[in-house]
Design a protein around this ligand. Structure first.
Ligand SMILES: NC(=O)c1ccc[n+]([C@@H]2O[C@H](COP(=O)([O-])OP(=O)(O)OC[C@H]3O[C@@H](n4cnc5c(N)ncnc54)[C@H](OP(=O)(O)O)[C@@H]3O)[C@@H](O)[C@H]2O)c1
Length: 307
């Protein structure tokens, strides 16, 4: 089978495809024939800093071909989606059963994969930021994989005005189509926006600018591990609350929430209240091209590989 890997640091050009044996599922694991894999911004940054060699790919959808000892609730032939630790950019991949969910028969793999990862991050952010009906919301990087779904979900959950930021005006129309009432260019020094809730997925100067947009008693939730300065003075005088989201920590501390959010997402999809937009569906051999789309900040929606 084919699998994407890299053995040196650099840009997307370091990605290669190798031929390897199909892996076997260990206890608690499921072997999938992979139909869709997500390409993410952290994955792009990891090309430069993770220890080598690496086999990228965490978000996936596919069909079960074998189950390991002790696995319950999954059977050969079932369509599933969810997460694995690495190595999902491949014809076959092994994933912990605990991180997978069964996909309804009428949901395409790319949609299931994007919904259960990017959609879940977006929903978790809005829930943990305690979005209330009528609240105004600002979403940064609103054309991104997580961002466009945060815009859609904010509206579905009853938000009032929703504003999205983008780095380039060419993405504004796409963000409006996701339901945003307004779009702001993130490279402007001050954004003319005041909202109850901010979903921030970029860090750095974008985090600083976004914090200035939070109304008194409003909440900002950060999703990005990128460094960013939060001045206590801005929290104090602005009566602002800042929190963060790590899906890994949610899974460790409140695994029940993951199940709740998954069920909510399937219902929102079935009722047309959320619909992941797929920016590109590329082959394993085009992994470098897929990451280049992210590096060029050219994606509108979720970038995917379809083996
Ligand atoms: N906390 C968690 O558990 C968790 C889980 C998954 C994802 N995340 C986070 O969610 C965020 C979005 O991830 P994603 O995979 O959805 O991203 P994505 O689809 O790749 O989109 C990310 C967006 O970020 C913007 N961006 C800002 N700085 C950039 C840079 N230096 N290079 C390229 N793009 C840049 C771009 O929009 P503009 O050009 O319009 O700014 C781009 O569209 C990331 O910060 C990621 O770490 C967090």
């Amino acid at each position: 089978m084919r699998r994407v890997w890299y053995g040196e640091h650099g840009g997307p050009e370091v990605l290669q495809v190798e031929e390897v044996d199909v892996p076997s599922p260990g206890p608690g694991e499921v072997l999938l024939e992979v139909d869709a894999v997500g390409v993410t911004l952290p994955g792009l940054f990891h090309l430069r800093d993770l220890e080598l060699p690496q086999r990228p790919g965490g978000e996936l959808a596919g069909r079960v071909v074998a189950v390991g000892d002790g696995v319950e609730g999954f059977a050969v032939g079932q369509r599933v989606a969810g997460l694995t630790m690495s190595g999902a950019m491949a014809d076959y991949a092994v994933a912990p059963a605990a991180l997978l969910d069964v996909v309804p028969e009428d949901v395409p793999p790319v949609i299931a994969m994007a919904l259960l990862r990017s959609g879940q991050v977006a929903l978790a952010a809005l829930e943990l930021a305690r979005l209330q009906p009528g609240d105004s919301v600002l979403v940064t990087a609103a054309a991104g994989g997580v961002g466009h779904l945060a815009v859609q979900l904010a509206k579905s959950l009853g938000a009032g005005r929703v504003v999205g930021t983008v780095s380039d005006a060419s993405k504004a129309e796409f963000v409006r189509r996701q339901g945003a009432d307004e779009v702001v260019l993130s490279n402007e020094a001050r954004w003319p926006v005041e909202v109850d809730v901010v979903v921030e997925g970029v860090g750095g100067v974008v985090l600083e600018r976004a914090l200035q947009c939070v109304k008194p008693f409003g909440r900002l939730i950060t999703l990005s591990a990128a460094p960013g300065r939060l001045a206590s003075h801005d929290l104090l005088t602005g009566l602002r609350t800042v929190t963060g989201l790590s899906m890994g920590q949610v899974a460790r501390n409140r695994p029940d929430l993951i199940g709740t959010w998954r069920r909510q997402l399937w219902t929102l999809l079935a009722t047309g209240q959320v619909r992941p937009a797929i920016a590109a569906e590329l082959s394993l051999e085009e992994a470098a091209k897929a990451y280049q789309l992210l590096a060029d900040r050219a994606n509108q929606g979720k970038v995917t590989l379809v083996p």
